[in-house]
Design a protein around this ligand. Structure first.
Ligand SMILES: [Zn+2]
Length: 373
């Protein structure tokens, strides 16, 4: 058992993590509105003795004194998917703590914050660390926090660990995504009097049909989804405006480029056939990438020995994408058990946080002794 696995004042530590979890989760962090939670985390880290900076996009960044071996950038995102005004109070329901964003990613921030507070109090080996709480991980945030962090500091680091996701899950590969807003525009008119004037709704339907007909490779895994549609004003009006949001994903950047190209051609063809103008706007672009992160993954697996029987090494879209895209070895590592992420019924098992905390310590202890690239 590595030194980090030694059980310490377990109950006290568990209560500290849980207290942080509640405070952090109840401080709202809507998309593009992470300021309050950022200020809270910055203050907690300052109180714990770190020199904390806020960078140009709002990330909270702190170099940890000491450590040995590789230089590792550790990041947990501040933002949630829940809009301003969401009731973010935490409720206890039996063995669970419930609330929007309580797991993703308040739980990771709580573990990281407790780790910061214990820094001086133990002798667990760790690499040379920079810690960050990032903005803009979710949805249309488009990883703007992690991208800034990697652009500013990636070159001074050897590895990147995003603290995000469930205990037992290691994200080792970045799913790339392109998000397109597709908007059709036509002359509009009366459904009887102006028929057959081109309809923007019909053009959108034609386009979705054409997209449905595209070949989407299953290897490397790739996906296509029209997740939101809008348009029209009345049942008896020929629609002037209609459109949809399209999400394209792939593990392979070349496949993703090709898929985007074919999707653009499909929607432009639909516009021409129906006689409507089409405007396509790129609203999200997350890189698909892979860097040599085998050492990080092996440390992650070792850290989870005896904690989780079902460990999954998966591909996903996290802050680690931003690092992988720049060739910086990266993984995402989960530190809590829970469910219903991105739903108002989200919950965590508070008892899992202490396990996540120790697994995180073991991950760092392993990284201190490994050449990571
Ligand atoms: Zn997350």
């Amino acid at each position: 058992m590595p030194p980090g696995a030694r059980p310490r004042a377990g109950r006290e530590l568990a209560l500290a993590i849980e207290a942080h979890l509640k405070t952090i989760a109840e401080t709202a962090a809507p998309p593009f509105g992470e300021e309050m939670r950022g200020a809270l985390v910055a203050e907690l880290w300052r109180q714990a003795g770190l020199q904390v900076e806020r960078d140009s996009v709002g990330n909270v960044v702190a170099a940890v004194p000491g450590g040995r071996g590789p230089r590792v950038l550790v990041a947990a995102h501040l933002d949630t998917v829940f809009g301003a005004g969401t009731d973010v109070r935490v409720r206890r329901d039996g063995d669970r703590l419930c609330g929007p964003g309580i797991g993703d990613n308040s739980a990771s921030l709580a573990v990281l914050t407790t780790f910061v507070e214990k820094l001086g109090a133990d002798d667990v080996p760790r690499p040379r660390l920079t810690l960050a709480a990032t903005v803009g991980e979710e949805g249309e945030g488009d990883l703007r926090g992690a991208r800034r962090l990697v652009a500013d500091r990636g070159a001074q680091h050897d590895a990147f660990v995003a603290v995000d996701g469930h205990l037992g899950t290691i994200v080792a590969q970045a799913v790339g995504s392109r998000r397109l807003r597709v908007a059709f525009r036509g002359p509009g008119g009366h459904s009887w009097g102006d028929y057959p004037t081109p309809s923007a709704v019909h053009a959108a339907g034609e386009a979705i049909h054409a997209l449905q007909g595209l070949t989407v490779p299953s290897e490397p895994r790739s996906t296509l989804n029209v997740g939101q549609v809008w348009g029209g004003t009345s049942i008896n009006a020929i629609a002037q405006e209609a459109g949809f949001n399209l999400d394209l994903r792939s593990l392979d950047p070349v496949v993703l480029n090709d898929l985007e190209q074919r999707a653009r051609e499909a929607v432009e063809g639909a516009g021409r056939r129906i006689g409507c103008q089409v405007a396509v706007t790129l609203i999200g672009d997350r890189p698909a990438a892979r860097a040599d992160n085998a050492r990080l993954v092996s440390c992650g697996l070792r850290a989870l020995e005896g904690v989780e029987r079902h460990v999954a090494v998966v591909a996903s879209s996290t802050d680690a994408n931003a690092a992988l895209a720049e060739g910086l070895p990266a993984i995402a590592f989960g530190v809590y058990r829970g469910g219903d992420a991105h739903r108002s019924t989200e919950w965590v098992e508070p008892g899992s946080l202490i396990q996540g905390y120790h697994a995180f310590e073991r991950l760092l202890a392993c990284l201190a002794d490994e050449p990571v690239r």
